[in-house]
Design a protein around this ligand. Structure first.
Ligand code: GRF
Length: 204
């Protein structure tokens, strides 16, 4: 009998805290992503990223290519070669703070996914929660999207509204938003891993 393993191989890229990575790994182990994928590596461009310690506590493989102190082209080449050989089905960005080179984007087109703490149509780049807080927004939207060559400009998979109208501090906004991210990212990944047609993801 031929056994076909339908589980997808995912590589999670982080640069820091790793709370989204932890939420995804929890769901792979015991939650909504169980039997859908395996986390084949947690990668960081920073050797002291706290998320690496979390990944190790889960006994996951980790990999570091330190970006600091390297020319961008050198780092990009090392990362491309690493990911090319690793050959994951999906690359999941979870607080990964570097822009991926176009080589990586082309090699894994429509298979790189990011979570952004704001509506990418309104705010791109860093500090999404600060932006919402400083603009006294009543609601913000977390966005999960495919990564293209632009800066938070890839095809939107889904957005989730977060009510922050009663948040008094930036910390409250972040906590409220992250709690949503931790569930919503896995919901989006589940949809992607269980459908051939990504256009359906808009209905998440
Ligand atoms: C999250 O807010 C995510 O939306 C953004 O970076 C932050 C990463 O947080 N891309 P963590 O490292 O997952 O805790």
């Amino acid at each position: 009998m031929i056994f076909i393993n339908m589980k997808k191989k995912i590589a999670i890229l982080i640069s820091g805290r790793g709370s989204n990575m932890k939420a995804i790994v929890d769901n792979v182990k015991n939650g909504m992503l169980k039997d859908l994928c395996d986390v084949i590596v947690v990668f960081s461009n920073k050797k002291d990223a706290p998320g690496l310690v979390i990944a190790e506590s889960f006994r996951l493989d980790t990999k570091v290519i330190e970006s600091k102190g390297k020319k961008r082209s050198t780092y990009n080449k090392l990362l491309f070669d690493y990911l090319d050989e690793l050959n994951p089905d999906y690359i999941i960005l979870a607080g990964y703070m570097k822009i991926l080179s176009s080589d990586v984007v082309q090699r894994f087109r429509n298979r790189i996914i990011n979570i952004h703490p704001a509506d990418t149509a309104l705010h791109q780049g860093l500090h999404g929660y600060e932006w919402a807080f400083e603009n006294k927004m009543e609601k913000t939207k977390v966005t999960v999207h495919f990564v293209n060559e632009g800066f938070d400009t890839g095809q939107v998979i889904a957005k989730k509204e977060v009510d922050i109208s009663d948040c008094k501090t930036l910390e409250e906004v972040e906590q409220r938003g992250l709690a949503v991210e931790h569930v919503f990212y896995s919901e989006c990944l589940k949809k992607i891993l269980t459908t051939e047609h990504t256009e359906n993801c808009r209905n998440i």
